[in-house]
Design a protein around this ligand. Structure first.
Ligand code: NAD
Ligand code: MG
Length: 376
C-alpha cells in the first residue's frame, strides 16, 4: 500500500468554524477528504498515547484510515483502539467502563488523547470518558453521521443513558478539535442519513429563517447527498450551534432553544425503547408537535405549520408519532425526565410532579416564542 508523503504537499486549509470559548476554544474543520490530511489531526494530539474509541460498524470502514492519519510521519505516538458494540442501547455505564478498562490496561495517563470515531453515540461516550479519565484528558471528535457532524460533535455535551431516561448522566466537556470529513457520510444508511436532518431543520427554525428557506430550496439535493450542499448545511448548522453555545455554554437559558422538538422527541424515544426510533426521527415528530402546539396557542400562523410539515417529509422523516403512543404516554415520559432532572439537581423537594410539568411548559413556551419570532 502506497503511503502519500504527507510533508511534501502544502497543508490543506479547510473550511473552519471556530467555537469561541476563551481558553477552551477549538476549531471545527469541515470538508471532503479531510481524513487524507494527517496534519489536521496530528496538530491536536497531546502526549504520546492515543485511544481511538469506535464501534463494530464504523471500525471496518474508517479505523485503519484514522490510525494511519494519526501515525504517519509521527513515530512518537502510540495508538490503541477500542471497538464497542454498536447502538443506542449500549450508550450506558457498562460500555463506558470498557473504555476506562482499555485506557487503564494500555497504561494511558492524563497526558493522552481520546479520539471519538463514529456517530453521536461514540462522541457522547468517548467525550464523557475523556472528561473523567483520570481527571480529564485531551479529546478529539471525528463524527461520521449527519447527526454527529451537524449537531452532537459541537458544544461539548457528553454522557450516557440511564435505565430511567436518556442522557441523564453526563457533563459538558469541550474537545480540542472536531474533524468533519463529509465523505464519511457516503456509507451511511438512508434512515441514519435522514435522521440528522431533523437537527439541521431545527437549526433553521430556531435561528435562521434564511437558512430554513435555503433548505426548502435544496432539500432534494441534500437527500441526493450532493457534497457541496451537504458541506454547506453542516457548516451552517455548526455555526449556529457554536454561536448559541458560546453565549450560553451551561444552558442557563438561550441554549435551551436547541431543544426544540426534543421534549416530545425524548418521550417518543423512551416510550418506544432505545433503538426503535432514531433520535432524529423522534425529534422530527417532536418538532411538528411543538409547531402544532404553537399554532394552537396562537403564536404562529398556519404557513409555518405547513412549511415545517413539508420540509420534514422532503427529508424523508416521519411526521406522526408511533401509532400506539397516547397523550398519557407522552405526559408520563416527559414528567419522569423532568422529575429526575430536578431531583438530581436537588432543588425541589415534595410536590415536584406538578412543578416539573409547569417548568417543562414554561421552558417550552419560552423557547417557542423565540423560535418563531421571525415569522410573527
Ligand atoms: P449513532 O451514533 O448510533 O449512529 C447511527 C448508526 O450509524 C450507528 O449504527 C453507527 O454505528 C452508524 N454509523 C456511524 N457512522 C457511519 C458511517 N459513516 N457509515 C455507516 N454507518 C455509520 O447515532 P447518531 O444519530 O449519530 O447520534 C445519536 C446519538 O447522539 C444519541 O445518543 C443522541 O443522544 C446523541 N446526541 C448528542 C448530542 C450532544 O450534544 N452531545 C446532540 C445530538 C445527539
Ligand atoms: Mg438532538
Amino acid at each position: 500500500q502506497m503511503i502519500p508523503p504527507s510533508s511534501s504537499a502544502a497543508p490543506l486549509i479547510p473550511t473552519t468554524v471556530d467555537v469561541n470559548l476563551g481558553d477552551r476554544s477549538y476549531p471545527v474543520y469541515i470538508g471532503t477528504g479531510l481524513l487524507d490530511h494527517p496534519h489536521l489531526l496530528q496538530r491536536h494530539i497531546k502526549g504520546k498515547g492515543v485511544l481511538v474509541v469506535t464501534n463494530t460498524k464504523v471500525a471496518p470502514l474508517y479505523l485503519d484510515k484514522v490510525i494511519h492519519a494519526l501515525i504517519v510521519g509521527n513515530p512518537n505516538v502510540s495508538v490503541e483502539s477500542i471497538i464497542l458494540p454498536d447502538g443506542e442501547q449500549y450508550k450506558n455505564m457498562d460500555t463506558l467502563m470498557k473504555v476506562y478498562d482499555k485506557a487503564i490496561e494500555s497504561h494511558l495517563d492524563r497526558h493522552c488523547t481520546f479520539v471519538a470515531l463514529g456517530g453521536g453515540v461514540m462522541g457522547d461516550i468517548c467525550g464523557y470518558a475523556a472528561a473523567s479519565f483520570p481527571h480529564g484528558v485531551n479529546f478529539i471528535q471525528i463524527p461520521t453521521t449527519v447527526m454527529a457532524q451537524a449537531d452532537s460533535s459541537v458544544g461539548g455535551k457528553t454522557g450516557v443513558n440511564h435505565r430511567l431516561g436518556k442522557n441523564l448522566i453526563g457533563t459538558i466537556y469541550q474537545p480540542q478539535s472536531v474533524l468533519i470529513d463529509t465523505d464519511t457520510l457516503n456509507t451511511l444508511p438512508e434512515r441514519e442519513f435522514a435522521s440528522g436532518f431533523a437537527e439541521i431543520i431545527k437549526c433553521g427554525l430556531v435561528a435562521d429563517a434564511e437558512f430554513f428557506a435555503w433548505q426548502e430550496r435544496n432539500m432534494d439535493a441534500l437527500m441526493a447527498r450532493y457534497p457541496d450542499a451537504l458541506a454547506y448545511a453542516i457548516k451552517r448548522s455548526c455555526e449556529i450551534k457554536a454561536e448559541i453555545v458560546c453565549q450560553d455554554e451551561m444552558e442557563s437559558g438561550l441554549r435551551a432553544i436547541l431543544n426544540l422538538g426534543h421534549t416530545f422527541g425524548h418521550a417518543i424515544e423512551t416510550s418506544c425503547g432505545y433503538g426503535e426510533w432514531l433520535h432524529g426521527e423522534a425529534v422530527a415528530v417532536g418538532t411538528l408537535i411543538a409547531v402544532d402546539m404553537s399554532y394552537r396557542l396562537g403564536w404562529i400562523d398556519n404557513s409555518v405549520v405547513e412549511r415545517a410539515n413539508k420540509i420534514i417529509k422532503q427529508a424523508k422523516l416521519p411526521t406522526r408519532p408511533p401509532a400506539n403512543m397516547t397523550a398519557e404516554m407522552f405526559k408520563s415520559a416527559m414528567a419522569v425526565r423532568m422529575k429526575l432532572k430536578i431531583e438530581m439537581h436537588g432543588c425541589i423537594k415534595g410536590d415536584y410532579d406538578r412543578k416539573a410539568l409547569d417548568e417543562t411548559l414554561h421552558a417550552f413556551c419560552k423557547s417557542l416564542n423565540q423560535v418563531f419570532s421571525f415569522v410573527l
